[in-house]
Design a protein around this ligand. Structure first.
Ligand code: NDP
Ligand code: 8X3
Length: 250
């Protein structure tokens, strides 16, 4: 039985990915800060799920969780680096520096730490890594500043890992989703449910299940095939143009 380690499985994409993988017969280590949110996965899939509750920015807590894995969960075949967040939509000149730091600590520093820690085992087992980046790492938008920067890091780190892992058999992929209806916007807006509802209303956004199905598909492709990077959007989302600020002529 294959084992996956999914960061940020208390909601959204990570939770759906845990269900998809466990439903396909995988054992899954599910992580996040909210223990109560991991319990339904244990109820649904029993001993195929191992919950590990920690703040991914706390390196000691992350290391302890890994050191204390039950024996049968120790051989990890797939790392899904999913935990992440955007905070705020303010322009850079108005943004909150603490929010910037939290995004960098979570989306970049913690992702790198988990990956570094699991890499030796993944190489030993010829496993795989799926990094959840974002279209925000490719296409800039106003207020996306540091969030977009963290996701550009994830995209490029993925490609760098591909190079470094050349010849090891380890597969590494980045998924770049556009708009997915999860708790993402609720978190970004500091809990503004109506802002979140308004954003998704009528847009027919992607679902966490759409991305989970993509994760499962990538994870179960023939072992000679690597998806380097995959960008997905809802049909109703596309690109906006450049903006031009004009100097008054009078
Ligand atoms: P959710 O807010 O629904 O889920 C985010 C997950 O990340 C939660 O399980 C949360 O767990 C976890 N997480 C956040 N901070 C920490 C932390 N410090 N320690 C541990 N876990 C943490 O959002 P999504 O499912 O949408 O987001 C998942 C990933 O997808 C993110 O990386 C996001 O950037 C990316 N993404 C999302 C898109 C979208 O439109 N929704 C589009 C493109 C990419 P908990 O709070 O319990 O700790
Ligand atoms: C989330 C997608 O477009 O809201 O990564 O930044 S977007």
């Amino acid at each position: 039985m294959k084992t996956a380690f999914i960061t940020g499985a208390t909601s959204g994409i990570g939770k759906a990915a845990a269900s998809a993988l466990a439903g396909a017969g995988w054992q899954v280590i599910v992580t996040g800060r909210r223990a109560d949110r991991l319990a339904p996965l244990v109820e649904a899939f029993g001993d195929r799920i191992h919950p590990a509750v920690f703040d991914i920015r706390d390196e000691a807590a992350m290391a302890a969780a890994l050191d204390n894995l039950p024996e049968r969960f120790r051989g990890i075949d797939l790392l899904v680096n999913n935990a992440g967040l955007a905070l705020g939509t303010a322009t850079a000149q108005r943004a909150d520096l603490d929010q910037w730091r939290t995004m960098i600590d979570t989306n970049v520093t913690a992702l790198v730490s988990v990956t570094h820690r699991l890499l030796p085992g993944l190489v030993e087992r010829r496993g795989g890594i799926i990094n959840i980046a974002s279209v925000a790492g490719t296409y800039p938008y106003t207020g996306g500043n540091v969030y977009g920067g963290t996701k550009a890091f994830v995209q490029q780190f993925t490609l760098g890992l591909r190079s470094d892992l050349h010849g090891t058999g380890v597969r590494v992929s980045a998924i770049d989703p556009g708009m997915v209806e999860t708790e993402f916007t609720l978190v970004r807006t500091g809990g503004d449910q109506s802002a979140s509802d308004t954003l998704y209303s009528g847009a027919d956004p992607m679902t966490a299940g759409d991305i989970a199905a993509t994760i499962l598909w990538i994870a179960t492709l023939s072992s000679h095939l690597n998806i380097n990077r995959l960008e997905l959007m809802p049909v109703n989302q596309s690109f906006a143009g450049f903006q031009v600020a004009r100097t008054p002529t009078t």
